[in-house]
Design a binder for this molecule. Structure first.
Ligand SMILES: O=C(CO)COP(=O)(O)O
Length: 247
């Protein structure tokens, strides 16, 4: 089973029109390399600006969406609105949503169900904190976060799992290829046990946390690492090297 390599760029709350023009320039000038899904997630307010300027073949994602289509939810956006703008992807459950904004498994799972029902594909993020890893709870924490969507019986054709250990995000402390592969392997086995062989074999599990042009190729060699979700390095021309890490 070959799973198509997937590289996402999560810009988080970074960028202005000038710096975004620079990112769009290096993305648009990059030569296509191999069979890779490339998706970038700008801050919500710049989604249209980016989408209108990016070349075909690079998708735009939202960094979040709410669990219903419309209503009195000040500050939120819905999957229906993203679809209306022609978007295909949304990131849900990012560790900053979980730990800075206090989002819990139940809410994130409801958002995932609603996004998929609305026609979006979901990059569903999971990952343990440093103290959880040190307490030997890595498996338990990741499985709990995964179980939240397993319970929902959703259409797995529309899910990419992003394993992002919180201790590796924005810290420069990348998981070693062995550490990342170990957890990716556990996630795949969990999907096999709790969902199906097909879902386990076909679902892409991507890694995020201090991915750079320097460490991407080694990580990409691991059998269960199907791509990356990149933060800081997705704002720089090096992102193109990460897109090509498996080529
Ligand atoms: O959170 C991340 C991507 O969603 C990873 O961020 P960094 O690549 O900056 O560590």
């Amino acid at each position: 089973m070959t799973r198509k390599f997937f590289v996402g760029g999560n810009w988080k709350m970074n960028g202005d029109k000038e710096s975004i023009d620079g990112i769009i320039a290096f993305l648009n000038q990059s030569a296509a390399c191999g069979d890779v899904d490339v998706v970038v997630a700008p801050p919500t307010i710049y989604i249209t600006y980016v989408k209108e300027r990016l070349r075909a073949g690079i998708e735009v994602a939202a960094q979040n969406s709410y669990k219903v289509a419309k209503g009195a939810f000040t500050g939120e956006i819905s999957p229906a609105m993203l679809k209306d703008l022609g978007l295909k992807w949304v990131i849900l459950g990012h560790s900053e949503r979980r730990h800075v904004f206090g989002e819990k498994d139940d809410l994130i799972a409801d958002k995932a169900v609603h996004a998929i029902e609305s026609g979006l594909d979901v990059i569903y993020c999971i990952g343990e904190k440093l103290e959880e890893r040190e307490a030997g709870q890595t498996k338990e924490v990741n499985f709990r976060q995964l179980q939240a969507i397993v319970d929902k019986n959703l259409d797995w054709n529309h899910v990419v799992i992003a394993y992002e250990p919180v201790w590796a995000i924005g810290t420069g402390k990348t998981a070693s290829p062995e550490q990342a592969q170990e957890v990716h392997g556990w996630i795949r086995e969990y999907l096999r046990e709790k969902v199906s062989d097909k879902v386990s074999n076909e679902t892409r599990i991507i890694y995020g946390g201090s991915v750079t042009a320097e460490n991407a190729a080694e990580l990409a060699k691991k059998p269960d690492i199907d791509g990356f979700l990149v933060g800081g390095a997705s704002l720089k021309p090096d992102f193109v090297k990460i897109i090509c890490a498996r080529s």
